[in-house]
Design a protein around this ligand. Structure first.
Ligand code: IMP
Ligand code: MG
Length: 178
């Protein structure tokens, strides 16, 4: 049986809220008008995109979801990425912002940006709540990053370990998992 637990708070709900407001203000300044497509990666980014979208004080915000196969139960990337749910809108000529929970090795996002770029959006940028730069294997150009965090496995606010802990309202360090 796993003895995993998540007691140490790394980023509080209040810190998250404040930082999202700042990120949203930058995004609105950079994209003042016209449709803006938030392409959110399931499942981890679902809470972040919900809060970020509501913090964007502008009209024309579109929310879309993609499924990308990720970690399964393990804590490290398999290095294998595949689309499990594709967009059902055409993003050609649109301003597209990929919304991610965390950039770790960068494998997922380098794959996804290459894939979406082939569909010829007008612009394609990345907003991530968390960034673990020490773990990067593939370079990724992040336009908006909420918090840089050390090389620790975190859960909460959408992020899981084996599908657990997504419902925590803060971000915590997971300890005792294999
Ligand atoms: P990457 O492809 O290694 O950059 O991994 C990206 C995905 O791995 C994220 O979207 C998360 O789903 C997952 N991931 C990476 N680090 C963590 C973590 O510390 N906690 C929970 N999930 C993580
Ligand atoms: Mg994810």
């Amino acid at each position: 049986m796993s003895q995993a637990s998540a007691e140490r708070v790394l980023i509080s709900a209040d810190q998250i809220r404040k930082r999202i407001d700042e990120m949203a203000a930058s995004i609105v300044a950079d994209y003042p008008e016209g449709p803006l497509y938030l392409v959110s990666v399931l499942k981890g980014a679902f809470i972040f995109v919900a809060d970020l979208a509501r913090a964007l004080k502008r009209s024309g915000v579109r929310i879309e979801f993609m499924g990308i196969s990720s970690y399964g139960k393990a804590k490290t990337s398999s290095g294998q990425v595949k689309v499990t749910r594709d967009l059902d809108v055409n993003i050609e000529g649109q301003n597209v912002l990929i919304v991610e929970d965390i950039v770790d090795s960068g494998i997922t996002l380098s794959y996804l940006t290459r894939l979406l770029q082939q569909r010829h959006p007008k612009t394609l940028e990345i907003a991530t709540l968390l960034d673990k730069p020490e773990r990067r294997i593939k370079p990724v150009k992040i336009k908006y990053a909420g918090f840089q965090i050390p090389d620790e496995f975190v859960v909460g606010y959408g992020l899981d370990y084996a599908e657990d802990y997504r419902n925590l309202s803060d971000i915590r360090v997971l300890t005792g998992a294999d």
